[in-house]
Design a protein. Structure first.
Length: 227
């Protein structure tokens, strides 16, 4: 009788534990709730300074890297609290060319922190349209319910295809991708062409505004739509 009672208790504990595990984990074959590609401007003008969080003049690339960390922390919180699969990648450009950043893959906050700690030197022009195309190409391969491109840039595209031309192509071939631009220390009207193609444009002139804008876009648009 004692052995039988112990067996019954053990089975009950196993059942409860299994149920909790199923509730708090996501099946490995489940589609991602959201796929996000960040486009990071590493052009030469990002070495200029604006007002930082501490009130002192701070390089824009350092402020933007802090914004990337803030985005990563927000995504990490969403993935953990919603028990959701999130795909995320980062496409930077510097030295006038689109570079390898973080491949689009299952989100890992440490990858983003590592990248910002090893920030490339800001230099060269602004191949913004080419970077957006690279981000869209990565998203095309992803299995996700929602797909987004989030751009942080301080200038107008001056090499390669224009952002509006690229976005027009994306709209035709991948209409499910939504694009968001944060015009950082640049007049938002520079991106009116992108706006006509459905992109959401917001502006930020300093560090505090940049963090606020990316937080609002994530909380009120991107991650909200992924719920």
């Amino acid at each position: 009788m004692v052995k039988n009672a112990i067996l019954v208790v053990a089975l009950c504990l196993f059942t409860v534990t299994s149920a909790r595990a199923q509730t708090n984990t996501v099946p490995t074959n489940a589609p991602a709730a959201v796929a996000i590609e960040l486009v990071y401007d590493g052009s030469g003008s990002m070495a200029d300074t604006v007002l930082g969080l501490n009130g002192a003049a701070t390089r824009k690339d350092m402020i933007a890297s802090n914004a990337v960390n803030s985005i990563a922390e927000r995504i990490d919180e969403f993935a953990k609290t919603r028990h959701a699969i999130v795909l995320a990648g980062l496409v930077p450009f510097y030295s006038g060319d689109v570079q390898s950043g973080i491949p689009l893959q299952r989100f890992n906050v440490a990858r983003f922190h590592f990248w910002t700690k090893n920030l490339p030197v800001s230099s060269g022009g602004t191949p913004l349209g080419s970077a957006i195309q690279r981000a869209a190409d990565q998203l095309a391969k992803a299995s996700a319910s929602k797909k987004f491109i989030l751009v942080i840039t301080d200038g107008e595209s001056n090499s390669g295809p224009s952002p509006e031309r690229v976005l027009a192509g994306i709209k035709a071939s991948q209409p499910g991708i939504a694009s968001f631009f944060v015009a950082f220390d640049v007049d938002a009207s520079v991106f009116n062409g992108a706006k006509t193609q459905g992109a959401t444009i917001v502006s930020a002139s300093d560090a505090r505004q940049l963090i606020t804008q990316v937080d609002n876009l994530l909380g009120q648009k991107i991650l909200l739509e992924a719920e």
